[in-house]
Design a protein around this ligand. Structure first.
Ligand SMILES: [Zn+2]
Length: 285
């Protein structure tokens, strides 16, 4: 493998603008090896991810002509620095539409490389912007207001605005916690009593109690870690905003997104699969 493809795929799919990814490459690597590289990505033609193939834009950059006349990356770095800006297009293998355009900066200094050859990849332009379309199950699970905040959080991530992303995800969490608990409470004998407790907790701004109640009644999937993911999400959302650096907030925003996505997926599955099965069992037993 000419470059660490898993890392490169993760970089293409998940990295926001201006965030560096150091990707391991073979000594013979040049940017021309990106041409024809295939990996899974989402395309509007299919519900599930499809294979997308990279190609260089028809407008070949000046650097590229040099790339094709050269034999290896080592030739470039002999001069001290390896630096390219390349325009790449991802094309869906099924519908043949162009799924994204990227402007990538690839660079490495000889003394950065050491024994392991690695290139610093960075997106300096991307169209359409980094996945601001939340997954289907998220769109179907959260309120329209929360969905709006969720998209804005993704936009902030796409520009590496950590503080903004974390603040928006925090609002998504706060908005949705009530709905999450209501979902878990459905059908329980003390539903009305607990509902009142929840309302009181919200009024008194005592989210901790609220979150514990939700966890007690959460589906098993949420409990298998031995830790309360709702509490963890709340802690991540709360701790960074007032003190951490933008970079730390960006990392926390990514963690919070992961937790929220998981919680929403559990709720979506519960509504669409688990509960209907419970109904069928009840009907036939
Ligand atoms: Zn397609």
């Amino acid at each position: 493998m000419i470059l660490d493809k898993a890392k490169f795929s993760d970089f293409i799919a998940n990295y926001p603008l201006y965030k560096n990814a150091i990707i391991e490459v073979e000594p013979t690597f040049t940017p021309k090896h990106l041409e024809g590289l295939g990996f899974t990505f989402s395309c509007s033609c299919q519900k599930d991810p499809v294979t997308v193939i990279l190609r260089f834009s028809d407008k070949i950059s000046m650097n590229l002509s040099n790339v094709f006349s050269s034999n290896s990356m080592l030739e470039f770095i002999e001069n001290g620095e390896f630096l390219f800006v390349e325009r790449l297009i991802g094309q869906c293998l099924l519908c043949k539409n162009d799924v994204f355009h990227l402007l990538l900066k690839l660079n490495s200094k000889l003394d950065d490389i050491g024994d392991q050859l690695g290139i610093n990849f960075c997106k300096i332009g991307q169209y359409p912007s980094y996945s601001i379309k939340p997954d289907n199950y998220i769109q179907k699970t959260i309120s329209s207001e929360s969905l709006d905040f969720y998209k804005k959080a993704l936009l902030n991530i796409s520009a590496s605005f950590g503080l903004g992303a974390l603040a928006y995800f925090r609002r998504v969490f706060e908005n949705e916690v009530r709905a999450i608990l209501n979902e878990f409470l459905k059908g329980s004998s003390d539903e009305m009593v607990v509902k009142q407790d929840i309302e009181d907790a919200i009024k008194a701004n005592k989210m901790d109690k609220f979150i514990e109640s939700a966890y007690e009644r959460a589906p098993l999937q949420l409990k298998e870690f031995g830790q309360n993911p709702l509490k963890l999400a709340y802690n991540i959302a709360s701790k960074g905003i007032h003190s951490e650096t933008d970079g730390v907030c960006l990392k926390n925003a990514a963690d919070l997104k992961f937790l929220l996505d998981f919680i929403f997926k559990v709720i979506y599955d519960e509504k669409n699969t688990i509960n209907p099965i419970k109904e069928i069992i009840k009907k036939h037993s």
